[in-house]
Each structure stands twice: as structure tokens, then as C-alpha cells.
Ligand binder design. Sequence first.
Ligand code: NAI
Ligand code: ENO
Length: 323
Amino acid sequence: MQHHLIDRIGTDLTAAETADFIILAAPVTTIVQDLQELAHLPLKKNVIVTDVGSTKQIVLQAAAALTQQGITFIGGHPMAGSHKSGVTAGRADLFENAFYFLIPAVPNEHACASIQTLLRATHVKWLTLTAAEHDKIVGQISHLPHIIAAALVNQTQQAFADFPLGMRLAAGGFKSITRIASSDPLMWSAILNSNAAIIMQQLEQYIAHLEALKTEIAQAQQHKIYAFFQNAKTSRDQLGADKVGELPGFYDLFINIPDQVGTLAAVTQLLAQNNINIVNIHILEIREDIDGVLQLTFMRARDRSLAEDLLQQKGYLVLRKEH
Ligand SMILES: NC(=O)C1=CN([C@@H]2O[C@H](COP(=O)(O)OP(=O)(O)OC[C@H]3O[C@@H](n4cnc5c(N)ncnc54)[C@H](O)[C@@H]3O)[C@@H](O)[C@H]2O)C=CC1
Ligand SMILES: O=C(O)C(=O)Cc1ccc(O)cc1
């Protein structure tokens, strides 16, 4: 209220009863509790409930209490933010060009589109995933890096137990790799708690990489050590080289669509029936009064091939494009 961002505040969830949209934005463990509490409230029939939590399988499980009552729940996760917390850490352009994952409890194009319209001003790039895919991906690119950053700070602090000023002598490298160690411990313990099995597996793989490097150093295997850094450099140099708005490394199909509304429903239904997951849908309007083009993005080449075969069998004109 002080910042003129909120019109009404409350200390319980009863205000949710009159809401058209409910966005849960507390630590993941609190989101889980809130979902259970919301299930006991007389919410509007057409309300869309979503969240911004960093893990999704546990949230979707908790949302079952709502969806069983016919309430729409679409999990959400903006891949933007920082190590800072609280309302003053917000910025108008915080989400610009960031990915925003949507994880529907059950496929619901209409509800996803409503959330996208509501949050249009954020200028995010939308991607639809399953909860399992989501948790595995963010485990690797977000949760594991936060653990590594915090572990490095803790180990460095211990290493400098007799020389407390040591860490202050660090150059930019230490500061950039450990920035996220300043994140909120409450938020991060909730995240680790809610994605434990996946994180444990990824940590084991990471430790195996460190062990392998340790052996290479011990045995002075210079060519292997060189390859270690060269491989990482090639991979890291690619990050950020993608054009804004394109989904790097994903698999696209372009489908001619004479009737946009009817075809969109028919195509998404056909793929859903065959368990093919689309991560993004984009309607490209080429020219007025001429057929439109539907861009479907898949995360796996196999999904794209299956979708291509199915759509061609149904008589659609389908084209591929490699990124
Ligand atoms: N910080 C980041 O960069 C990102 C965070 N997330 C997720 O978004 C969610 C919110 O994170 P932030 O906005 O960064 O945190 P924040 O600390 O800025 O906001 C969280 C809010 O939840 C409230 N809260 C904490 N415990 C509560 C409880 N037991 N009951 C009710 N309210 C409680 C706090 O008072 C605070 O207002 C978390 O689930 C986090 O995992 C998702 C993407 C990015
Ligand atoms: O500060 C950073 O670089 C982050 O990685 C922010 C962040 C934190 C948690 C998320 O679930 C997503 C993004």
C-alpha cells in the first residue's frame, strides 16, 4: 500500500472468494498450504488459480484438492528475479524476455491464454511444460546452481577461518558465481525440500564431474583438463547468442491453418490425445485473408516427428525449420 501497488490487504485468504484470478507468491511450502486452504473456501466458479513457485510437482499435487472441485489451476513459474526479496526488489522490466513456464493441471488452452493476457505487460516468453519436465529442468539450471554458489561461499569462509579478510580479496569471478548465494534462505530451503529427489540425482552427477576433474588434476592429464575448460567455454559462449524471442534448441513445426480457431483446437486436441507435449504455440499471421501459420514448438525431436506424422496423416500442410 505504501508503494501504491496494492488496493486491499488481508491477513487470511477469504478475500480470494471474490477474485477472478488468484496468484500465489509465497515460498513453495506456503503455496502448498494456501492451496489446501483455498479448497475449503467458496471461490468463484470461473476463477483461475495460479502460482509463481519454483517447483511444480508438489504444487500440482496440492492443487488436486481444487481441481477435483472443478476449479482451474495452472502452475506458473517466471524464470526471472534475483537474489533480492520483498516488494522493493520488483522492477517494471524484471520479466522482460524471460521465460515464464505454465504447467496446467489439465490441458486448458483457454485458461493459459487468460493468464497470458493478464500478464501481457511483462513481455515474457511463454512455455508450457509438464510438472516433471519443469522440476528436472529447473533443478539443473536453477536449484543446483544455487546450491553450488552457497556451498562455495561456505567452503571459502571455512578455508579462510584464520584469515577472515580473504574472501574480500576476490575478483569479479568469485562475485559473479556467488551472487545468488545472497538469496533468501527461507525460500531456498522450501525449494530444496520440494524437489529433493531430482536435486539429489543432479548433485550426484555434479559431484561425479568434480571427482573426475580431481583425478585428472592428480594425474596431470593436461589434455583432459584443457577439454574440460574448452567444452564449458564453447557451451557457455552459446548462451545469449540466440535471437530474442526464439526458443533456442527447441523443435518447431509450421502448419498451414485455413481457419485459425477451429484448427488450433483440432491440432492441440490431436497431439494431447497422443501424449505429445507442445511447449509453445504461436499463431503467425502472414497476410490478411490468406491462410495463417501455426508455429508449434516441441522440446524433443521425437515429439516433433510424431506430431509431424500425425498432422500429415490428417492432411495438414506441415513444414519444419531448424534453429
Ligand atoms: N526470487 C526469485 O527470483 C524468484 C522466486 N520465485 C518463487 O516465487 C515465490 C515468491 O518468491 P519471492 O517473490 O522472491 O519472495 P519474497 O520474499 O519477495 O515474497 C514472498 C512473500 O511471501 C510472504 N510469506 C512468507 N512466508 C509466508 C507465510 N508463511 N505465509 C504467508 N506469506 C508468507 C512474505 O512475507 C513475502 O511477502 C517463491 O515460491 C519462489 O520460489 C520464482 C521465480 C523467481
Ligand atoms: O537471481 C537469479 O539469477 C535467479 O536465478 C533468480 C531466480 C530464483 C528462483 C527461480 O525460481 C527463478 C529465478
